[in-house]
Every structure is written in structure tokens, then in C-alpha cells.
Write a protein that binds this ligand. Structure first.
Ligand SMILES: Nc1ncnc2c1ncn2[C@@H]1O[C@H](COP(=O)(O)OP(=O)(O)OP(=O)(O)O)[C@@H](O)[C@H]1O
Length: 689
């Protein structure tokens, strides 16, 4: 077959060369002989006979025409953008000013139109030789005409020479009447010549690409490690977290085999997970929470998505969540309005306390048990500038010494056996910026007193087993029913700590010294309990009223509350003197702890407070005693078992046991006895040992 003559005329050499290369690549050299020329060489050259001249733009057509025989056919090539470098354009910020540089005005404008049509959202300023250079433009885009880019430009995106459009190639064949076009081969090779760029031919694909870019960015920033690989194990996506957890040092991971980049222990673990399952897996001594999901595209299996993160990270989150939700409960329930009183002593105390609330100083509340020390502490917090911040209370007699230390100051991971792996924040940290109520401070051991003193002086804490100093800003309100001055004399309470705490002391007198309050408090409690029980309030006979006032109320307001609660369950219309437990001598069970019926629940509750040994020892002691055991005997019995409690600590534990109906406490010095239920608990414990 005689080859036809095709002359390619362009402006610059690189353009002509790129197009000739493209023609060879498509296989057009089977049909044609090429002449490659730049326009400036046209004058010197005579073109072969029956040649078809292919010019790269309309301007070149005009330029070439005068130098060509009149009958020479000229075809203006349609050219498409080289999309190979389109990604760089997509990465520029929307509406950015860019220079569009070409060696010809028309080409510059033409490219601008094509790019706008393709959905590239930039402000294009066409630029060509002798054109005005707009100010303050830093980025230039050019289709292979880098040499035309002005020097003031910082960043040049060379999109490469524009290639011939397939329609132009077909027109060339038509011109010569070649009908047996190898269409299939031609298009395949043509597409091949465009290589990776053909996938980006329309705006829709640009959009997906942009979407993918944004998704990649998001997935790269999540806390979860993510890897996607196809059926052959070729990695399609891997985020920073996965690279970090798998300790991969290599770069450019996309396109590589997962078997090549990930450690065998990880691959083993992934293999052992069923598709669509999530499990905890240990890989090289670290536990991970892993998920594996199959990916399908158009109902065809495509590959696998693996997501994983370190399990202790999840635990950390959980602890943080728990700490935070616990924090939410650290709010004061009472305000001064809830502190009911008519007595001059309490009215006066409330006036002083309201004033003290405004300051940040430490307050010490003194008073017998049940006089309302906690109510007062909460009211002070409520009226203070810290009102919207946590109010955290801790009762020193309700914790064993070791537990109290870690409760107050927290501990670092692994500080002691049984400690949480990641440590725990203490109440000081949890009360940060708020108020910490140290109830029954008189029960603090020497070691705790010393640590407290340091915190009050330094305003910083150190967790148990930790080395880091944590600054804390808490207002301290301490309370006790013990005589701290006497304790100082005895040497069981530190003087320096006492003076730190005793800056603003407040004394809550016992109920027997403010009998006027009995009536208002009774009314309040009757109203509350009746509302709760949905019943009508009963009335007091005058004898009952008298007995109420005459009684010495050793348990103070708390006892009054408990008596009212008891009465509301046993009386109908009225309350007579005989109904009153302190008159009739009847025992009643306080229901303040919220009883859990099952023994396991009860034991859990004791375990939680680290009380179990002490509680069972008390029960065992009472079980062994023929008669009622008084507190001194109990304390002695416990200390023989190396359980050293203060009188107050024992009382607290006895109250809990009584509230759970495990023991009975008799008034005065009569001591306590174990109940049937207490005995059942002991045999239950033996049976499950
Ligand atoms: N003025 C008051 N107005 C209303 N309720 C009160 C008042 N004082 C005390 N109470 C109630 O009495 C009970 C005991 O109060 P609180 O716990 O504050 O006493 P406390 O002195 O801290 O006791 P303890 O020394 O045993 O810790 C609570 O139920 C509280 O609601």
C-alpha cells in the first residue's frame, strides 16, 4: 500500500514532536508518511505532492496559508487537554487567580474555555507573548509552553502538550478516502496513547475524584486505622494511623501488596477474622479491636476493608466517659433555701455562711452526726462562685485507709495489684475548679493527714505511684463530729492541718439545743414522705408533740427524718406518743441505704467500698457473742484480727449493716446483735466459698 502524505505544522517544536509521537503510537505510520514542521520552517520547505497539512490551531492555518499552494488542503486539528496533570489543578483553591500561558493568544483563550467546561473552578487570565501581565498572580498553567511563563510566577503547572482529538484522526483518514479503518485497533491505541488520563474525561469523574480526595482526607484524620486492599491484596488505601500502628517505614504504599507491607502476625490476625465480624485480637502482645468487611463494587467482590485500633484506647475512652458522666453527678443537691430552720442559732449561721460562701477560703464545719453538715456544705457551694462546677463529697470513715488514698489522689496505671491499667483520677482532680467536701475528717489517718496538708499548702497533687505533679484548684470544706482540739492534745490530729482547716469554722448545734427547729423540720419531712408515698399527712396528738420536743435526738436531724419515715409507714390518721419508737422502745429499720435483696448484690456493694472483710468480721463477731456486743468489745475483737477502726468508722459500718437488716443496734450502751438475715448472709458466704 502506498502511504499517504501528512504534514504536521505547529508553532513550537515540542508541540510538533508530541503530536508526531502520538501518531506513531496510534499506528498511523502504517498508512502515512509524516512531515514534521514548525511554522517558521515552512518558507524553506517544499511539501510533497498530495499532502494533507494538519495545523495545530486556527491561527496557524492563517499563518501557513500564504506559503502553501492554493489547492493544498489544510485541516485544523482539534486537540484535547492533557489530563495527566489535572489533579494539580483540582488541588488549587476554588476561584484562585491563575495565569493561563500559551505561545498564542487564541490557544490561551481556547484552553481557558476547555478548562472551564471541564469544571475547573479557577479564575483564568489568558497570557501569551506581548500580553499584559495581571498583577499578584503567583500560579501559572500552561499546555507545554513553559518557556513563555513570566519570571514573576512562583508555581507552574505544566499540563503538557495537548494531544490530537480522535475526531481529527478520523477526519484525516476520511480525507484520503480510507474506508477500511481499523476502528477498533485505532480507538484502543488512541485511548492507550492517552494512557492514565482517559478516565478523567468528564466532569462527573472530576467530581468523584474530588470526593475521593476529601474522603481520603477525612479517613486519614480519624482515630481508627483503615486499610483497603483488593482481591489480589493490592493496597488501594491506607491511612496514617494504620501506617503508624503497623510500624510501616516504606512510602508510596498504594499499589503495593498488603503481604509485602504488613507484618505476618497482623495478616494472620486478619485472616482469622470472619468477614463482617469485629473481634479483639492480640498481635505481638498488644490487643486490638479489629473489624473486617468485604467490599463489593457493582455486585462483584472487590476487596477487603480492615479497621482496627488498640483496645486500651477504647478502655481509655470508656474511662474518660465514665469519669465525665460521674462528674455530672457531682452537683450539690441542697441550697440555703432547703436548709429549714426557725432557731436563731441556725438563722444566724445561715447569714454568716452565705457571706463565707463568696470567699474561696477553707471552711470547717463542726457538729454532731446528723446535724446537717453536708447540707450546709452543699448550700455554701451552691451560693459560691463555683456553684456550676463540681461538688465532690468524700466520707473519710467510709473508706479503708489504702482505698481512701487512691480515691482522693488517684493512681497511675500499675501502681498496685488490682489497679486499673491506665490509672484513675482521684477526687481532688475530679473536683478541680469546684468544691471538695471532706466529711468526717477527724477519721483521717496520720498518713492521709500529712498528704492533705501538703495538698492544701502546695495546691497540687501527685497520684499514687505517679511522679507528675498535677495542679488542682479546689475549695475545701471539711466537716467533723469529733473534737479536733482534743484530738490535737492527744496527738491524733495534726496541729498544722487543724490550723489550715480551721480558718472559717462554723458550728452546727445539735437538735436538742434548737428545739424550735423540730416542728418545722417535722412538717417538712412529713410533707416530703407523704408526697412520695402518695398518702395524706397524719396529725400529732398533743402528747406526741410533747414527746417529740422532749426527746434528746442523739442522731439529730437525720434521726428525726428516719423517725418520720418510719411513722408514715405505720400510722394512719394520727400519731400518738406510743407510736414514737423512742417512747415505745421499738426498733425500726432505716431504709436510707436502699436495700438490695440479693446477697450477691450486697456483697458487691461491700466489696466496692472495700468493706467486705470488716463487715463479715463484725457479723462473725456478733454471731459468736452470746449477748449483745458493745462497741468497745467489737473494736477489740476486730483489732485482734488486725482490723483497726475508729469508733466513728465502726459506727458507720454498723449503721450500714443495720440498714441492710443484718444487725440490730440497741439504744444506749446495749450494743448490737446479729439478725436472722445476718446469719443467713454468713452461711451464704460459706456456701459459695
Ligand atoms: N436544716 C435542715 N433542713 C432540712 N434537712 C436537713 C437539715 N439539716 C439536716 N437535714 C437532713 O438531715 C439528714 C442529715 O444531714 P447531713 O447528712 O447533712 O448531716 P451530717 O451532719 O453531715 O451527718 P454526718 O455527720 O453523719 O455525716 C439529711 O437527710 C438532710 O437532708
Amino acid at each position: 500500500m502506498v502511504k499517504k502524505q501528512l504534514a504536521v505544522i505547529g508553532y513550537g517544536q515540542s508541540t510538533v514532536k508530541t503530536i508526531i509521537d502520538q501518531l506513531y503510537e496510534i499506528g498511523m505510520d502504517d498508512y502515512f508518511e509524516f512531515t514534521a514542521l514548525t511554522i517558521d520552517k515552512l518558507l524553506d520547505r517544499t511539501l510533497p505532492k498530495d499532502v494533507l497539512v494538519l495545523v495545530t490551531s486556527r491561527v496557524l492555518q492563517a499563518m501557513a496559508k500564504p506559503y502553501l499552494p492554493k489547492e493544498t488542503p489544510i485541516l485544523v486539528a482539534k486537540r484535547m487537554i492533557n489530563y495527566a496533570n489535572i489533579r494539580q489543578l483540582l488541588e488549587l483553591p476554588d476561584q484562585m487567580d491563575v495565569l493561563l500561558v500559551s505561545n498564542m493568544k487564541e490557544a490561551a483563550h481556547e484552553i481557558k474555555d476547555v478548562l472551564i467546561e471541564a469544571g475547573i473552578n479557577l479564575n483564568f487570565f489568558p497570557y501569551y507573548p506581548n500580553a499584559d501581565l495581571p498583577k499578584n498572580i503567583r500560579v501559572a498553567i500552561t499546555p507545554g509552553d513553559k518557556e513563555q511563563v513570566p519570571e514573576t510566577i512562583d508555581h507552574v503547572i505544566d499540563m503538557g502538550v495537548r494531544l490530537l482529538d480522535i475526531s481529527t484522526i478520523i477526519e484525516v483518514f476520511h480525507h484520503f478516502g480510507i474506508t477500511d479503518l481499523p476502528y477498533h485497533r485505532l480507538t484502543t491505541r488512541y485511548l492507550h496513547s492517552l494512557l492514565s488520563v482517559t478516565v478523567q474525561l468528564n466532569e462527573e469523574i472530576f467530581m468523584t475524584k474530588m470526593l475521593r480526595n476529601s474522603l481520603e482526607e477525612i479517613v486519614d484524620n480519624v482515630d481508627e486505622a483503615v486499610i483497603v486492599y483488593n482481591e489480589e491484596g493490592i493496597v488501594h488505601f491506607i491511612n496514617h494511623k494504620a501506617i503508624k500502628l503497623l510500624e510501616i517505614k516504606e512510602e508510596q504504599l498504594v499499589g503495593k501488596s498488603i503481604h509485602h507491607i504488613a507484618k505476618p502476625s497482623f495478616l494472620e490476625a486478619v485472616k482469622s477474622i470472619k468477614n463482617a465480624y469485629d473481634v479483639f485480637k492480640e498481635i505481638d502482645q498488644v490487643t486490638y479491636y479489629m473489624q473486617k468487611k468485604p467490599i463489593e463494587i457493582d455486585q462483584q467482590p472487590f476487596g477487603t476493608l480492615v479497621m482496627f485500633r488498640e483496645a486500651n484506647e477504647i478502655q481509655r475512652l470508656e474511662h474518660r466517659y465514665r469519669d465525665q458522666s460521674k462528674r455530672k453527678n457531682f452537683v450539690s443537691k441542697y441550697s440555703f433555701d432547703d436548709m429549714v430552720a426557725t432557731s436563731g442559732s441556725i438563722m444566724h449561721l445561715k447569714v454568716i455562711a452565705r457571706k463565707l460562701a463568696k470567699s474561696d477560703s477553707t471552711i470547717l464545719i463542726l457538729g454532731e452526726t446528723g446535724t446537717g453538715k453536708e447540707v450546709l456544705a452543699q448550700s455554701i457551694h451552691h451560693a459560691s462562685p463555683r456553684a456550676y462546677l463540681p461538688f465532690v463529697g468524700v466520707n473519710f470513715s467510709s473508706f479503708s485507709e489504702s482505698l481512701l488514698e487512691s480515691e482522693l489522689f488517684g493512681y497511675e496505671g500499675g501502681a498496685f495489684t488490682g489497679a486499673r491499667k491506665n490509672g484513675k483520677s482521684g477526687l481532688f482532680e475530679q473536683a478541680h475548679k469546684g468544691t471538695l467536701f471532706l466529711d468526717e475528717i477527724g477519721d483521717a489517718s496520720g498518713a492521709i493527714q500529712q498528704r492533705l496538708l501538703r495538698v492544701l499548702q502546695e495546691k497540687e497533687i501527685m497520684r499514687v505511684g505517679g511522679e507528675q505533679v498535677i495542679p488542682v484548684d479546689v475549695r475545701i470544706i471539711a466537716a467533723t463530729n469529733r473534737n479536733l482540739e482534743e484530738m490535737m492534745e492527744e496527738g491524733s490530729f495534726r496541729k498544722d492541718l487543724f490550723y489550715r482547716l480551721n480558718i472559717l469554722p462554723l458550728y452546727l448545734p445539735p437538735l436538742r439545743e434548737r428545739k424550735e427547729d423540730i416542728e418545722v423540720l417535722t412538717e417538712l419531712f412529713i410533707q416530703e414522705v407523704c408526697q412520695h408515698l402518695h398518702r395524706e399527712p397524719p396529725y400529732f396528738t398533743s402528747r406526741a408533740k410533747k414527746e417529740m420536743v422532749n426527746y434528746h435526738w442523739p442522731g439529730n436531724v437525720r434521726e428525726l427524718h428516719n423517725v418520720i419515715e418510719y411513722l408514715m409507714h405505720i400510722v394512719e390518721e394520727y400519731i400518738d406518743a406510743e407510736h414514737l419508737p423512742f417512747v415505745s422502745g421499738s426498733n425500726f429499720v432505716n431504709n436510707t441505704m436502699g436495700r438490695r435483696p440479693d446477697f450477691e448484690g450486697l456483697l458487691d456493694e461491700f466489696r466496692e467500698k472495700n468493706f467486705l472483710t470488716e463487715m463479715t468480721s463484725i457479723l462473725e463477731f456478733l454471731n459468736m457473742s452470746k449477748n449483745c456486743a458493745g462497741r468497745p468489745a467489737l473494736l477489740k475483737g476486730l483489732s485482734e484480727k488486725q482490723l483497726h477502726l475508729t469508733d466513728q468508722q465502726l459506727r458507720y459500718r454498723q449503721q450500714i449493716l443495720r440498714d441492710f437488716n443484718l444487725i440490730e443496734m440497741h439504744r444506749g450502751r446495749k450494743g448490737s446483735t446479729i439478725t436472722q438475715r445476718g446469719k443467713e448472709l454468713l452461711s451464704y458466704m460459706k456456701s459459695v466459698q
